[in-house]
Design a protein around this ligand. Sequence first.
Ligand code: SAM
Length: 279
Amino acid sequence: MKPAIPMTNGRPHQARKRFGQNFLHDQGVIQRIIDAIHPVNEDHLLEIGPGQGALTRPLADSGARLDCVELDRDLADFLQKQFSGRDNVTIIQQDVLKFDLASLVDGEEPVLRVIGNLPYNISTPVMFHLLKRHSLIRDMVFMLQLEVVQRLAAKPGDKNYGRLGLMTQYYCDVQHLFNVPSAAFTPRPKVSSAIVRLVPHQQFPVAARDVGCLQVVVRTAFNQRRKTLKNSLKAIISEERLMSLPLEMGQRPENLSLEDYVLISDALSDELADSGTSG
Ligand code: SAM
């Protein structure tokens, strides 16, 4: 059976560019994404940007509790009607960037499974907004721009390695699952797409004393990619403290691992504590 099409003012809904609307229609791709998520009855799912419901229907059919956050009022109304008889589905008309994940759960356990073919124009802010509540999340499966997925998964020395990958890998294990052709969407996006799985660490393999310091160090290092670390980081930390670390400071920022950045971040935390300033 063909899924129902939402109507706006008596006409079929036109994709809204400002909301990053590229709707999935390829059933093969939709099934591959659902297989990767493998939703089961006991799950608590959160879908970001359900749109016309391409992923929402098979997710709902799993019987799992499914909460959906959609900004577009017309689409939220449409979905509300589509799923009115389904006790396991709740449609929330809201901007996900203003939505607090903690409102969905009672305890502190990592129970939420987050899914989304994300609006590409705000995908990075959405991921970092969700990561503020990383301890409540079991895993996340997202459709993103391929280039963003490559940056998320990049390792030291890769040309895509930088701030986005480092800060995401600080919180999560990142798996680039598969690529999706533009022909799978209506309208077709101008960029290539890919599916990524992010699994927040339950035990952080490497933890900075102050994650704010880590952000400052990584941002400062990658703002001047061509400079050596010694030259770029001396703006925020004394050369003496920097040179006391067991790291080669003549390297470029793309050559250091997350562990190396955490070492520098902790040194910055020490320096700020010594000087009586907090990070
Ligand atoms: N999930 C659908 C699919 O796969 O066909 C639609 C995906 S479309 C790329 C992105 C969806 O996110 C749209 O439905 C759009 O209206 C919604 N959206 C855009 N900005 C949003 C925001 N700030 N909060 C919640 N949803 C948003």
